[in-house]
Design a protein around this ligand. Structure first.
Ligand SMILES: Cc1cc2nc3c(=O)[nH]c(=O)nc-3n(C[C@H](O)[C@H](O)[C@H](O)COP(=O)(O)OP(=O)(O)OC[C@H]3O[C@@H](n4cnc5c(N)ncnc54)[C@H](O)[C@@H]3O)c2cc1C
Length: 400
């Protein structure tokens, strides 16, 4: 089996060239910038400190949460959607126009969905009956079982289908995109190569790396939550924290197959399109009254099914400058019990992990020219998959 961490090609590769663009970080944000730069005919060098990308971009749900954004983020997300689909086609990774389903179990939850539906274009947020919700989740034709009483996905009063959301597979997307990029003319990708610092050079920017110097006209520093390692003052000014999330993977539950991402009440307390709705305040009060344990762990109870049938479960949110590595079993248990109740099936947990993303109270994205030709780009709000290609399109377009 090919273990990327011992691949001889990574160890032998020594950057030495000058290119139009250097990208630091081969997560989705860095690779999206590389993809747009290549599409614009620019030569690109990508450096990644690890032997393969293992950051936030491989630890998430693979949910491009387009519909639930608002304002500037909504515009970026819609642009991103277009390019997610285009680059999936070109690079050969899986991206499905599967949408998302929001489960509603109370009238307060349904009220938020109704309000959002009323302010969006027809069809974008489609209100669903309980049977319509179950049908979209692949349980429409199943007869009610004795266990679940109503044919799986129990206890629904309704739901909503978010038409524009996309699904990708976080475990394979970044690796496939990186491989495709490395095969494009004018692109070099160097694993196991860390950026250490940046200075001006006569023809642009000099990047000091753990394998020597690189030169470029423009550098995009896309290091996710690790901005503070390279630019501590900028990280402090933008109040970047590490948001640590507890996640699990369940084996494919027997007979359960659903394509959309599945969101619940706590999702409606986190994403801006929902929280902008007047009915969100009553929903928050209801969750606080009935399930305060979910708010205590900053839960966004949601789940997605990967192409192999396994189900990604999450998540909790805890904020630190440096995240402790220890997973709290009670937090995982709270999330997974809630999700099993939503699906109406027991879940066999096969993996647990911690994800970390950059978070800031100041603004949901950070794009800052820190010196001529060096731009730091970090999504500081937990929707970096959603925004990646849109943000990269905007940043790379500025170069021409
Ligand atoms: C559990 C979890 C669930 C999430 N769910 C979703 C979701 O459903 N939808 C969504 O839109 N977003 C989601 N997010 C957020 C999303 O995953 C992130 O916003 C996004 O992946 C950030 O991408 P990135 O490329 O900036 O960071 P990363 O993927 O972390 O990549 C940064 C890369 O930079 C490299 N690097 C760092 N320093 C250096 C250096 N000095 N030199 C070279 N390389 C360096 C790192 O090794 C890393 O590979 C989730 C995040 C988590 C953790």
């Amino acid at each position: 089996m090919n273990n990327p961490s011992t691949s001889p090609t990574t160890a032998a590769s020594t950057p030495s060239q000058s290119t139009d663009v250097v990208i630091v970080g081969a997560g989705i944000v860095g690779l999206a910038h590389a993809a747009h730069a290549v599409a614009n005919g620019l030569t690109v060098t990508i450096i990644e400190r690890d032997h393969h990308a293992a950051g936030a971009s491989v630890r998430n749900f693979g949910h491009c949460c387009i519909t639930a954004q608002s304002g500037e983020l909504y515009e970026l997300a819609q642009t991103s959607r277009k390019y997610w689909l285009e680059f999936a086609e070109q690079a050969g990774f899986w991206a499905a126009e599967a949408g998302a389903v929001v489960l509603a179990r109370t009238d307060a939850e349904m009220a938020v969905l109704r309000e959002l539906s009323s302010v969006r274009e027809p069809g974008q947020v489609e209100l669903l009956s309980p049977s319509g919700t179950r049908e979209l989740l692949g349980a429409g034709s199943s007869a009610p079982s004795a266990e679940s009483h109503d044919g799986g996905w129990p206890g629904l009063v309704g739901g909503a289908f978010l038409r524009d959301d996309l699904r990708v597979d976080p475990r394979t997307t970044v690796a496939t995109l990186a491989e495709w990029l490395s095969q494009q003319s004018g692109v070099e990708l160097h694993w196991n190569t860390a950026a250490l610092g940046f200075s001006q050079s006569p023809d642009g920017v000099s990047v000091q790396t753990s394998r020597g110097e690189l030169r470029a006209k423009q550098v995009f520093v896309c290091v996710g939550h690790d901005v503070d390692y390279l630019f501590p003052d900028l990280a402090a000014e933008h109040q970047i924290q590490r948001c640590a999330l507890q996640m699990s993977l369940a084996a494919k539950p027997a007979g359960v197959e659903f394509a959309p991402a599945v969101l619940t009440a706590t999702s409606m307390l986190r994403y801006p399109a929902f929280t902008d709705m007047p009915a969100a305040a009553a929903l928050r009060a209801e969750v606080q009254e009935n399930q305060p344990e979910l708010l205590e762990i900053g839960a966004n109870v949601m789940f997605t099914q990967r192409p192999d049938g396994t189900v990604i479960l999450g998540d909790s949110h805890h904020y630190h400058l440096t995240a402790d590595p220890f997973l709290d079993e009670a937090v995982t248990e709270t999330l997974n019990t809630e999700i099993a109740a939503r699906i109406g099936e027991p879940l066999e947990i096969v993996q647990r992990w911690q994800g970390i993303y950059a978070s800031s109270e100041v603004a949901p994205i950070l794009v800052r020219d820190v010196q001529p030709g060096v731009t730091v780009v970090s999504v500081t709000s937990g929707v970096g998959m959603t925004l990646s290609f849109g943000l990269a399109h905007r940043n790379v377009s500025r170069l021409s």
